[in-house]
Design a protein around this ligand. Structure first.
Ligand code: AMP
Length: 373
């Protein structure tokens, strides 16, 4: 099936086409017609499924019909995800005259205030920063028609649900279209959905939790001290084009990035103690290929989307299976195939076994090169 069959505005089909989207992904196929017709949606879909376009295309379609102030609000858990959704909005809306802005913390309030005052059509915001703006009197959400709650389960994990409820309380009452996307559906999200959504269409595209298809998984058993030599050895292989490496802590992220740079590898890191401009710069350099390795902690890396990412390395085993699935979800997107390898030290074996149980398949043990043992 092609995008034309979804009955979207021709300028949107043209934009999808220019981005190389030839056919809708399963979530797009199922969610777009219902959302275009104004239905509420409860969708279970993970990063990498094409979920952003699944809500952005119907929003652009509905708003393109007439212009009048801010009419769509998208809430996302992290700055990086908000920025990325806004990039999708600009790319998919390039042949429309709809405007938008990303609103998140760590950067000045001024330009964001201007976007509210101008009445940007589509606002993508993290909850905390949006509440800061809402307290200042210039935000006019009277015209809001469509609200998206993206990565609702991550909002829950990060403690944002009270903020989300406060934001919804400020929005005009019905008629309003609400779309809720979540990788998993814990009880709290089901409960929230029952309050926010009206007769929603349920869309389940991936049996949660399952790692993105197309990712080849492997594991190395290695001592704690053997991890850095092992990563350096991997980086000597030409097929390891670029690596998103995860550590458990900010401190370990700093140490790993520092050690890589000292070994001559173009590397940087993103985590909660880095400023927004440092994070944005590191991510941009990684996306353009100036950096070969980006070291990240779980929270900082949420929702990051890097086209053509060849390898995810779990330098440390994540402490919960859900983080593993999110980490490896960065590679093997839609049509690419990537590798996800995990470095497991003896003290991490038991955490790793619970991940293998959660992903419901054993992960291949790879031989550790002799030189790094
Ligand atoms: P998301 O799950 O929204 O984070 O999207 C994952 C990636 O898939 C992004 O890089 C999108 O640009 C890409 N993508 C979304 N829809 C399609 C499509 N129909 N065909 C090919 N790639 C897509």
């Amino acid at each position: 099936m092609s995008f034309t069959a979804l009955n979207l505005h021709p300028n949107l089909v043209r934009a999808a086409d220019s981005l190389g989207y030839t056919a809708p992904t399963p979530i797009q196929h199922r969610a777009i017609p219902a959302a275009r017709d104004g239905r509420d949606i409860l969708a279970c879909a993970a990063t990498g499924s094409g979920k952003t376009a699944a809500f952005m295309l119907p929003i652009l379609h509905r708003l393109a019909a007439r212009k009048r102030g801010t009419r769509a609000l998208i809430l996302a858990p992290t700055r990086e995800l908000a920025a990325q959704i806004d990039e999708h909005r600009a790319a998919l809306g390039r042949y429309t005259d709809l405007t938008g802005a990303a609103v998140f913390g760590g950067v000045g309030m001024g330009p964001q205030e201007m976007a509210f005052r101008r009445g940007a059509d589509i606002i993508v915001a993290t909850p905390g920063r949006l509440l800061d703006h809402l307290g200042r009197g210039y935000v006019n959400f009277d015209g809001i028609e469509i609200v998206v709650l993206d990565e609702a389960d991550r909002m829950l994990d990060m403690g944002f649900l009270p903020d989300v409820r406060r934001i919804f309380a400020t929005l005009p009452k019905r008629p309003r279209q609400t779309l809720l996307f979540s990788a998993t559906l814990p009880a709290e999200i089901v409960q929230l959905a029952s309050v926010l959504l009206r007769d929603p269409v349920r869309v389940d595209v991936e049996r949660p939790p399952a790692p993105a298809a197309g990712v080849r998984h492997g594991v190395y058993s290695v001592s704690r001290d053997g991890k850095l030599p092992l990563l350096l050895d991997m980086l000597r292989q030409p097929d390891v084009r670029n690596v998103l490496a995860f550590t458990r802590t900010k401190h370990r992220a700093d140490r790993l990035a520092g050690a890589l740079v000292r070994s001559g590898v173009a590397a940087d890191r993103i985590h909660g103690n880095r400023s927004q401009s440092q994070r944005t710069k590191a991510l941009a350099s990684f996306k353009t290929g100036t950096l070969r390795v980006l070291v990240a902690t779980d929270i900082a890396a949420r929702g990051i989307d890097v086209a053509g990412l060849s390898h995810v390395v779990n330098f440390d085993v994540p402490n919960e299976p859900d983080s593993y699935i999110h980490r490896v979800g960065r590679t093997g997107r839609v049509e690419a195939v990537g590798d996800a390898v995990t470095f497991v030290s003896p003290e991490e074996e038991s955490d790793f076994r619970s991940i293998e149980r959660a992903v419901r398949r054993p992960i291949v043990r790879l031989p550790v090169p002799v030189s790094t043992r």
